[in-house]
Design a protein around this ligand. Structure first.
Ligand code: AMP
Length: 404
């Protein structure tokens, strides 16, 4: 069965068509700048060059139409007709407490997702535009929603509650939800399989203690014990936790009031600074959020890059320590996403903090990028590895499981 995976952002629509039998990608691409000037579709069939079509796209419905036309185009398309798409899997960011697993999309599921919009006002409404567009254009094709928050619904109360009046949880559902759940679910399972193949095949996933560090533009760490997320670094929103590209991660909440007075800014304006001008960008005093730039500046001895790099790495090491304590041990530490898969400086410096766990790093292995690789030495007490994430494949797998 061919599954179309759709990931709608506020002004973008990423798609991937996956053959769910052999799990190969048939075509993929992105519509960029939807609703703004300069919109374009970038489309690539497997093994072929990218095709860029510049065309105004006023909304996600028009963008979805363009994607479906590209997939069925007589010259460059990969399908004869839309009937060859067996199901559509949608990435949905926030499922609140309503969804602890993926769900076949029905009117009730759409309504329940809409009820979570206030918890993710930038993401959920955009995600749902993709659902509505596909429903209009392919009304007979089953659709599945795969929630970023679902994997973390297994967190115990002691991990998800904030130390604030309980009534705020009861009235407004203010609690920690966590994000990147699709990635953490995929990577934790895959890292366990890789561990079984390379280290110890007697330990099932359900028996392992795994810490997954998803280090991309957004970044989060998750503790996975007995196959379930028991704690994760993001919270009510994706602002909590690690220092990220432009997000602050954990701060003293009193900073918001303090800065609002000092800078004569509203709470909303300060929150925007914490989301968009903080993290490694803020720490460098501006500049790039891309770790390729930060790493080369760091290696060139630029102090602002060193400041950002050191704080970034230190925060990750602190979370690994905390989650090792939460699980009373750790078997696998796994790095993933753009930085985790490719940046050997970040991985190496994080591991320098982990000698107390009996971890030693194989520097030659740590230089390998973008593939499954164990970067700890054979005598290391904990296995450290890097595994590429694949959220689209995870969405396709969940979609297939629900529609078959
Ligand atoms: P993501 O959000 O997962 O796409 O990750 C974005 C981050 O990953 C950026 O800071 C990039 O510097 C880093 N990144 C992505 N691809 C590479 C690569 N091939 N080599 C080094 N860094 C990369």
């Amino acid at each position: 069965m061919n599954i179309l995976v759709i990931n709608c952002g506020s002004s973008s629509l990423k798609f991937q068509l996956i053959n769910s039998e052999n799990e190969e990608t048939i075509a993929k691409g992105i519509c960029e700048r939807i609703g703004i000037t300069g919109s374009q579709l970038i489309y690539a069939a497997a093994g072929k060059d990218k095709i860029i079509t510049e065309k105004p796209m006023d909304d996600h419905l028009i963008a979805t139409k363009m994607v479906l036309s590209a997939l069925t185009d007589p010259v460059n398309g990969v399908l004869k007709s839309l009937n060859e798409i067996g199901a559509v899997g949608h990435r949905l960011v926030h499922g609140g407490e309503k969804f602890n697993k993926s769900a076949l999309i029905t009117e009730d599921v759409i309504r329940a997702t809409e009820e979570c919009n206030e918890l993710a006002p930038l993401h959920n409404p955009a995600n749902l535009t993709g659902v509505l567009a596909c429903r209009e254009l392919m009304p007979e094709t089953p659709m599945v929603g795969v929630f970023d928050t679902a994997f973390h619904q297994s967190m115990p109360e002691k991990a998800y509650l904030y130390g604030i009046p309980y009534e705020y949880y009861e009235m407004y559902k203010v609690r920690r939800y966590g994000f990147h759940g699709t990635s953490h679910a995929y990577v934790s399972r895959h890292s366990a399989e890789y561990y079984q193949a390379k280290v110890d095949n007697s330990r099932p996933f359900e028996d392992l203690k795994i810490i997954v560090c998803h280090l991309g533009n957004g970044a989060s760490v998750t503790a996975v014990k007995n196959g379930r997320s028991i704690d994760t670094s993001m919270g009510l929103t994706p602002l909590e936790g690690l220092i990220m590209g432009t997000r602050s991660g954990d701060i003293d909440p009193a900073i918001i009031e303090f800065l609002s007075h000092k800078e004569n800014k509203t709470i909303e304006e300060i929150t925007a600074v914490l989301n968009k001008k903080s993290g490694v960008v803020g720490l460098q005093g501006g500049g790039s959020s891309d770790f390729r730039d930060i790493t080369s500046d760091y290696l060139a001895g630029k102090p602002e890059a060193a400041r950002a790099m050191k704080a970034y790495v230190y925060r990750i090491a602190k979370y690994i320590g905390a989650y090792t304590a939460a699980m009373n041990g750790v078997d696998i530490i796994c790095f993933t996403a753009g930085i985790g898969e490719n940046n050997s400086i970040v991985r190496g410096e994080v591991c320098e903090y982990l000698g107390y766990l009996g971890i030693t790093i194989d520097n030659a292995a740590n230089d390998i990028k973008g593939e499954d690789i164990i970067i700890s030495t054979a005598d290391s007490k904990v296995t450290v590895m890097s595994v590429p994430t694949d959220e689209e494949l995870m969405i396709a797998r969940d979609t297939r499981a629900l529609v078959m």
